[in-house]
Design a protein around this ligand. Structure first.
Ligand code: CDP
Length: 226
């Protein structure tokens, strides 16, 4: 019998390994994977490149939203994000983007612009999406919802090492500071703040390996698709 296609939402704090797990699940199930945070990052990169990143230029950015085209495409067996036709996977992870993305993610017009696009990806189910408000707002009826947390120093260490391997020499203290600041903005914003959906499974990943987290997720998911 054909397995039932579902929507899997993974939300949680910055740098808890949501994307790593979401990718693995999507690969195992042959589902579409969408990194909603990358979409907020792409809008931030666009604003930076157009010189409209300052708060005083928010209105110009809002008016330019329809000029922003975001796509996900596979190349060399990895999924990459494209901004107006250009692959920007590395550019959206830079520290200037980290420092500005949560402020732009508070703006209702930007959230609404991305929300519509995110919703669209779920039309045919068979989707894994990670972010901050996927289980609460984008797909409140998702069949499987997870919420990741971990202590801040563990998350900062992970992100620091990840960046270091890419040749980025941002200091550990800066990485930690940015994670603390993004958590603060993401949980306190008035529109769709980061919070656990009441029906989400919460996982503290602080002391778990990648494989242990995957096993935990898979236990829940396998019950839903059979
Ligand atoms: O990968 P990391 O945990 O660093 O963050 P991300 O998923 O790339 O998201 C970057 C930022 O986008 C977050 O800190 C939020 O401010 C915003 N975001 C959001 O508001 N809603 C989402 N569904 C996803 C991301």
């Amino acid at each position: 019998m054909r397995k039932q296609k579902i929507i899997i939402a993974i939300d949680g704090y910055a740098s808890t390994g949501k994307s790593t797990q979401a990718k693995k699940i999507a690969q195992k199930l042959d589902y579409v994977y969408i990194d909603s945070g990358a979409m907020y990052r792409a809008v931030t990169l666009y604003a930076m490149r157009e010189n409209i990143l300052e708060e005083s230029k928010t209105n110009i950015l809002i008016k330019s939203l329809e000029d922003i085209n975001i796509e996900f495409k596979r190349s060399n067996n990895a999924q990459k994000i494209y901004l107006n036709g250009e692959e920007v996977e590395n550019d959206i992870r830079k520290s200037i983007i980290n420092s500005n993305v949560s402020r732009l993610a508070m703006i209702p017009e930007i959230r609404n612009f991305l929300f519509k696009r995110q919703r669209n990806y779920g039309k045919n189910k068979g989707l894994v999406m990670d972010g901050r408000d996927i289980g609460t707002v984008v797909f409140p009826n998702a069949e499987c919802k997870f919420f990741f947390n971990a202590i801040q120093s563990v998350r900062a260490k992970r992100r620091y090492l990840e960046q270091y391997k890419k040749g980025n020499n941002e200091k550990y203290s800066q990485v930690l500071e940015n994670i603390i600041e993004r958590d603060r903005i993401d949980t306190n914003r008035s529109l769709n703040p980061l919070r656990k959906s009441s029906d989400a499974v919460e996982i503290d990943v602080s002391d778990l390996t990648e494989n242990q987290v995957f096993k935990t997720l898979w236990e829940y998911i396998s019950k839903k698709i059979n």
